[in-house]
Design a protein around this ligand. Structure first.
Ligand SMILES: Nc1ncnc2c1ncn2[C@@H]1O[C@H](COP(=O)(O)OP(=O)(O)O)[C@@H](O)[C@H]1O
Ligand SMILES: [Mg+2]
Length: 226
């Protein structure tokens, strides 16, 4: 069977793309028994670095990491993706940083490799504007895929709390105007739970962490049919 390919993606930096992607990848590997690989195409390679940090902390002395995180040059992704599709159930792609207009083609080709895109949305006006351009890009990909009869799903979720009290309401009405599906559950303030890590699932950690994450995780699985 061919792998499902997902990206937790937005044009915006610092909206919890990597953190959310890692938490989801870890739970899919450890709680759903999926064979996962995480391809880090971001030049800052923060997912890859998290894993290196964990290895240096000797967290893996008794158990191996639950899935591989590889640093990937986006230029070669298209050439290599088929190899991973054969070997894995789930491929996560952490997309490169990009400027709308300038790097559109590269990003479109990466996001068109995916069948699922989860879009973290941070409350706040300026953040919303760059999300708008990104969503238009995703919609164009979906249209193309539809013509070819290929499945393509996307949904937004609220990933971070804004600074102003009205930010939240604004973010919700912004998403409504965009016309994209919004997951009911949020995944916010993950930091309060713990630092991002890849070796232990939030579902196995503690009652509070589990409660915080489980509803979001279940909705995510259901929405994308993983
Ligand atoms: N849901 C969250 N709530 C609060 N802080 C978060 C959340 N997700 C991530 N962070 C923190 O925000 C920063 C950016 O997160 P990151 O996942 O690296 O974003 P991105 O990959 O979109 O650039 C990190 O310092 C991370 O620890
Ligand atoms: Mg990142």
């Amino acid at each position: 069977m061919s792998a499902r390919i997902i990206s937790v993606a937005n044009r915006k930096g610092g909206v919890s793309k990597t953190t959310t992607g890692l938490f989801l990848a870890t739970s899919l590997a450890l709680n759903k028994g999926k064979k996962v690989i995480y391809l880090d195409c971001d030049s800052q390679a923060s997912a890859y670095e998290y894993r290196q940090f964990e290895k240096n902390m000797e967290l893996y002395q008794s158990t191996p990491p639950p899935y591989r995180i590889l640093k990937k040059d986006p230029a070669f992704l298209f050439d290599e993706i088929q190899d991973y599709e054969k070997e894995y159930d789930m491929i996560f792609i952490d997309i490169p940083r990009f400027t709308l207009g300038k790097d559109d083609k590269m990003i479109i080709s990466i996001l068109a490799m995916c069948d699922s895109v989860l879009i973290p949305i941070k409350s706040g006006e300026l953040d919303n504007l760059s999300t708008l351009g990104f969503v238009r890009m995703i919609e164009a990909i979906r249209e193309h895929k539809q013509e070819k009869g290929r499945p393509y799903q996307y949904a937004g979720f609220l990933s971070m709390t804004g600074k102003r009290p009205t930010d939240d309401k604004d973010a919700r009405s912004f998403v409504k105007d965009l016309g994209i599906p919004l997951l009911k559950h949020e995944l916010r303030d993950v930091r309060e739970l713990s630092n991002p890590y890849t070796y232990e699932s939030l579902l196995n950690k503690g009652k509070a962490e589990k409660e915080r994450f489980e509803a979001f995780f279940n909705e995510f699985i259901q929405f994308f049919n993983f």
